[in-house]
Design a protein around this ligand. Sequence first.
Ligand code: DQA
Length: 140
Amino acid sequence: MKIAIINGPNLNLLGKREPDVYGNATFESYFETLKERYPAVEFEYFQSNIEGEIISKIQEFGFSADGIVLNAAAYTHTSVGIGDAVKAVSAPVVEVHISNVYQREDFRHESYISAHAVGVIVGFGLFGYELAVQSLVERT
Ligand code: DQA
């Protein structure tokens, strides 16, 4: 089973960025743990700060992977293009947010992705990625 994880802008700064909101771990260290927990899953990982690159990766993985875990970060709240890409692909997409966006500013309560995702996981920290992976494993 192949699962792609796509992270959007500023998530390359996890560990340094607002640790009170996002925690102290880097995504790379968490990703190692995730891979150990799911040895049967073939993971692909992609992070970009550029909207079009994220759209291209959704298109690429969206017809070859068995599922996508997507944290589009700030683009969640602004990008019609990423929402359209999620809608366009055949792979199920699980939307993840590390923080509980509903406890934060109003603009973070809107998502162009949620309507096209199979589910949304919000507020469980990095553990949310594991919940998303588990949900995709259960679907197969
Ligand atoms: C985020 C929430 C977004 O509102 C924010 O812009 C991010 C990260 C999260 O994982 O909690 O960059 O997607």
